[in-house]
Write a protein that binds this ligand. Structure first.
Ligand SMILES: [Zn+2]
Length: 200
C-alpha cells in the first residue's frame, strides 16, 4: 500500500462518517488498490470492529481480491465476503461502501418496501432505476456475501433487509454520491410516509 493510498482511505472513511451515514462501528469501506506491484489485485478494507470516524492506519486490512487472503495481518470487516465478491465480479468497481444510514435502514426494515426510489432527479441519475433488495441473512455469512454480490452484479446499490444499504462504484466519490442520494430518497419516502410522487 502506498502512503497516499493509506491517507486517501482514511480521508474517505472520515468523510463517510462526517456525513452522518453511520451508526457507531456499523459502517465499512473498501477501496481497490491501484498501486505498486505489492498490492496489485488487492483491496484495502476497514478492519473488523473499527469505527470509520476514527480509523487509523493500523485498522486497514490488505486483502487479495481473488481469494480473500489477508496480506498484512489485520483482520478485515466481517463483511469482507461481499466487498471482495463485488470487486471480483466487477473489475471496474473500485469502492464498496456499506452502512446503516438512518433512513435507508428504516426502509430496509419495512414490511412493504417501496418499489420506486426516483423521487428526485438524483434517483435515476445516481442511484439507478431499480434498487434490488437482499433478504435478511446473517451478517458476515457466506450466504449474505453471495446474495449481495449477486444483487450488485448489475446494480450499483442494494437494500439489505433489516440491515442497511450497500453501494459500489468506480471510486469513492461516485460511490459516496450514490449512497448519499439513496439515503435522501429513503428520507423523502419515510418522512412523507410513502405519500410522494415519483419521476417516470
Ligand atoms: Zn453490515
Amino acid at each position: 500500500m502506498k502512503k497516499e493510498e493509506i491517507q486517501h482511505f482514511i480521508d474517505c472513511a472520515r468523510r463517510t462518517a462526517a456525513a452522518g451515514l453511520l451508526s457507531c462501528s456499523s459502517g465499512n469501506l473498501s477501496l481497490r488498490c491501484i498501486g505498486d506491484k505489492d498490492s496489485s489485485g488487492c483491496a484495502m478494507l476497514s478492519a473488523t470492529g473499527s469505527w470509520l470516524e476514527e480509523l487509523q492506519e493500523d485498522q486497514i486490512a490488505l486483502c487479495r481480491i481473488c481469494d480473500g487472503e489477508v496480506l498484512n495481518g489485520i483482520t478485515p470487516t466481517m463483511e469482507a465476503g461481499f466487498h471482495l465478491g463485488i470487486m471480483r465480479r466487477r473489475p471496474e468497481v473500485g469502492c464498496v461502501l456499506h452502512f446503516q444510514s438512518p433512513y435507508a435502514t428504516v426502509v430496509a426494515c419495512m414490511k412493504d418496501k417501496p418499489k420506486d426510489f426516483n423521487v428526485t432527479l438524483e434517483g435515476p441519475l445516481y442511484v439507478g432505476r431499480e434498487v434490488p433488495t437482499v433478504p435478511f441473512l446473517p451478517p458476515g455469512s457466506p450466504e449474505l456475501a453471495a446474495a449481495v454480490t449477486e444483487a450488485l452484479a448489475e446494480h450499483d446499490i442494494a437494500l439489505m433487509s433489516n440491515h442497511g444499504q450497500v453501494a459500489c462504484g468506480p471510486d469513492f466519490r461516485e460511490t459516496f454520491r450514490r449512497a448519499v442520494f439513496f439515503e435522501m430518497a429513503c428520507r423523502i419516502i419515510v418522512l412523507s410516509r410513502g405519500n410522494c410522487t415519483t419521476i417516470r
